[in-house]
Each structure stands twice: as C-alpha cells, then as structure tokens.
Design a protein around this ligand. Structure first.
Ligand SMILES: Nc1nc2c(ncn2[C@@H]2O[C@H](COP(=O)(O)OP(=O)(O)OP(=O)(O)O)[C@@H](O)[C@H]2O)c(=O)[nH]1
Ligand SMILES: [Mg+2]
Length: 422
C-alpha cells in the first residue's frame, strides 16, 4: 500500500446517468482503496461535458476555490478524461488531477503480485500513458525506461522518441503475456482431470468470492496443499485466476476457479489486458455470481457484473446467484435456496453445503446411472470406478465385480466396454 494520505476532492458530471450517484459513491471507495483521504465532493448537474476542460468554466473556478479551502492536493474526476482535458484542468486548477481510469490503474498496480498480473497492469498503464505524453513531460530516458534508443534519428523529436519507447515496451510485454499463456491454467487442469466440469466464481470486487472458494476448499479440497487463496477486505484483492479440484463425499469431482472482481466503468485498457485472466470464466460450465447482500448497493453491483461479463464475451452460461454475507443482515435467515438463488454466508459451513448441493444439481445434471461388470483381471478399473465415481452398489459375481454407479459423459465413454444392461 503506497504511503499516500493525500487529501482529495471528488468531482463528477451527472450527464443524466441513472447510476451517477452510485458511481460517485464508488469513486469515494476507490479513493479510499488507494489510501487517499476524501475531504469533499463537487458535482455538476449537466448533460454534457465541456470539450476543453470537462467541467464548464464557472464550475472549474468553483472547484479550485473549494479545493483551496479544503486544502485538497488532488482532484479526482469520475470519468476518463481526454489528454487535453487533463492538461487543461491541471493548469486551471493548479493541482494534480487524477481521472477514474488512472485511479483504478494505480490500485491494480499496487495489488498486482504475480508476474502475469504485473505485466497485464503495465500494458494497461502504458496504453493509458501513450496518448498523454507531452513535450513538457519528464523525459523518459532520464527515468531509465526502455533502452536501445540511443540511435535517435535526425529530426526525431523527444516526443516521438518517447512514444517509440513506450510502443516498443508494450509490444515486448504483450509477447511476455503470450508466452505465459494465461488461459493455460484452466485448460491444463481440465486435461489433467479428464474434463471435469468447471465452476467459476465471478462478481463485484470484495463480494466474498475468495472467501467462498476457501470455505469450499476447507470442506472438499482434493489435496491439502491445494488450500487457500488470498482473501482480504479491500478492493481488488485478487488479480489472478486460481483453479482447484474439489472432491465431494460421494467421490464426484469438479474444478472451482476464483478470479478478478469487477467495478463499474472498468477501464477498457484494463479489460483488454486482463482479458485472458477474465476469460477463464468463459471456460466454465457454471458461474456463481457472488453478491455482497449486506451492501445497500448490491443491485447496482449485480448490474455491473452482468454488464462486464457481457463485455468480455461471457454469455449463456448457467448462473447461480449467491447472496453472500447474510450474517451481516438482521432481516434474513440462511442458508435459503430459491431456484437458482441462494442466500448464504461464506463463513458458514452449512451455507457452503447448500451451495454445493446447488452446484451438484446443475453440473451433474447430465450424469447417468450405469452398471459395469469388470473382470477380476482389470483391478485398476475397479479402483478407478471406486475413486472417481459415485458408487451405488457393488456385487462380486463369478465373472467379475459388478458395480452400479453414477458417471459423467466422459467416464461413460471410457467405461463403455464394461457396461452391462441388467
Ligand atoms: N461477515 C462476513 N464477511 C464476509 C463474508 N464473506 C466474505 N467476507 C469478508 O469480505 C471481505 C472480502 O472477501 P474476499 O473473499 O476477499 O472478496 P473477493 O470477492 O474475493 O474480492 P476481490 O478479490 O477483491 O474481488 C473479507 O474481509 C471477507 O472476510 C461473509 O459471509 N460474512
Ligand atoms: Mg478475491
């Protein structure tokens, strides 16, 4: 967490957006997440932004005065500003201006731990910076970035050279990302586990996705070392995807994945560079949308999640709506199942069992009951059936072991030659 504690003034233009109030509240949360101290808020209730300075000129004066009175060193704007708007506003306000995109990028940069997450954030940062480079800005070569640009062509301006360095760096990072093959984790897990069904936790940041994952791992983790992903009360605690195999008491298995949370107006650069990480949910057979039911804005958060899923191309996957943190509400009992909806608490084992029941019903819907007769010489097949499928009955006959069990489509194919109809 950066030592920040800077005083900031939050500002925005309503543009008749119905969710404007909510996005301003969220901007305040994002500011806190970046360790800013919010000292005030100013809104302009107009339909359109002003081309040169975003706010109208009268409003700019007001904001400057207010920022002076409150001693705010930085003004946060609830939108992505054009490069010239940012420059003009900074000049007229006489202080640093940070737009919503920059703020979210700063938080992501602070949270990124894995090499992949760091690379993805840096690409988004550079793409944001590229059109905002300005002749008067600090020289890049003095900041030690890039390298290999000593061959400055005759007549090439400093600005052109800086742009070239950034563009080269972005290309380099993109190659790193391709080499890392982010989508590989789920694909590999699927391959190694004979195409087990994949269940993905998705939802607004801080809803409790990682806590739900950890709760389920506690109950059903396949291997003890598989346990625990990072959970914390902060926005964007998770910036990577983790996949774990779970084994239910009846031996049936599935893969569970946890991933990055969403926020409204997630910057396009960020969605773009995190696409590979986010898209892992696209490989899922079932989504669990985790919702912070104790947050008064949970409906807006759900709308944002659904919009973001659409944006990254995740549609038509069955979904459980999982209303979490019910323990923080006085007006609800839990766990409570209603169709595809569950009211629960990720910290309550009974709730997690109810969730598991729902998952089981949905992902194993295509499972079939079969009876196999396995000759005594094929002992490894009997072990496979006992370990990987939900055995209902076993009978030792003269010709071999007769087992009635529940199998998925892949297993049905693998065991076909042992199948008998009674
Ligand atoms: N009281 C209560 N707190 C919960 C519950 N579930 C999660 N939390 C808390 O909510 C906070 C966020 O939980 P996480 O699991 O990290 O949330 P996340 O959805 O993974 O968040 P990101 O990774 O930031 O997107 C943590 O402080 C959890 O302890 C719950 O059922 N009840
Ligand atoms: Mg998380």
């Amino acid at each position: 967490m950066p030592e920040n504690n800077e005083k900031v003034l939050i500002t925005g233009i309503s543009k008749q957006q119905p969710d404007f109030d909510y996005t301003m509240t969220e901007l305040g949360e994002l500011a806190k997440a970046n360790n800013y101290t919010v000292v005030g808020e100013m809104r302009q209730n107009v339909d359109r932004q002003t081309a040169a300075t975003y706010f109208g000129s009268g409003k700019v004066d007001e904001i400057r005065q207010e920022a002076d009175i409150l001693e705010a060193t930085t003004v946060l704007v609830n939108d992505e500003l054009s490069p010239s708007q940012l420059r003009n506003l900074e000049k007229q306000l006489g202080r640093r201006v940070v737009d919503r995109t920059q703020l979210i990028l700063d938080i992501f940069a602070d949270r990124a731990r894995s090499k992949t997450a760091k690379t993805q954030v840096e690409i988004a940062q550079l793409k944001y910076a590229l059109p905002r480079l300005h002749p008067s800005a600090n020289r890049l070569d003095q900041q030690g970035g890039g390298g290999g640009f000593a061959n400055r062509g005759a007549g090439e301006t400093q600005l052109e050279m800086d742009r070239r360095i950034l563009t080269k760096r972005i290309a380099h990072l993109r190659q790193d990302l391709r080499d890392a093959d982010v989508g590989e984790e789920v694909r590999r897990a699927k391959r190694q586990t004979n195409q087990l069904p994949v269940v993905a936790l998705v939802g607004y940041t801080n809803a409790g996705k990682s806590t739900t994952m950890n709760g389920l791992l506690d109950l059903y983790a396949d291997r003890p070392e598989d346990k625990q992903v990072f959970e914390k009360d902060m926005l964007f605690a998770t910036l990577d995807t983790s996949v774990r195999a779970l084994t239910l008491p009846d031996n049936r298995q599935f893969l569970l994945s946890d991933t990055v949370g969403f926020v409204s107006k997630l910057p396009h650069n960020l969605i773009d560079s995190f696409k590979a990480t986010l898209a892992e949910a696209a490989n899922a057979d079932l989504l669990i949308q985790v919702v912070d039911y104790a947050d008064p804005n949970y409906r807006e958060m759900m709308a944002i999640t659904e919009k973001t899923l659409k944006e990254i191309g995740i549609e038509n996957i069955p979904m459980i709506e999982a209303y979490n943190k019910a323990d923080k509400r006085e007006d609800t009992t839990y766990p409570e199942i209603n169709g595809h909806q569950l009211v629960y608490s990720a910290k309550d084992p009974k709730s997690l069992k109810a969730l598991t029941e729902m998952i089981t019903q949905l992902i194993f819907a295509e499972d079939q009951e079969k009876t196999y007769l396995v000759p005594f010489t094929d002992g490894q097949i009997v072990s496979f059936i006992n370990e990987k499928t939900a055995v209902k009955a076993t009978d030792y006959t003269e010709t071999g072991t007769k087992i009635t069990t529940i199998v998925n489509a892949v297993q049905a194919g693998q065991l076909e030659k042992y199948e008998v109809t009674e």
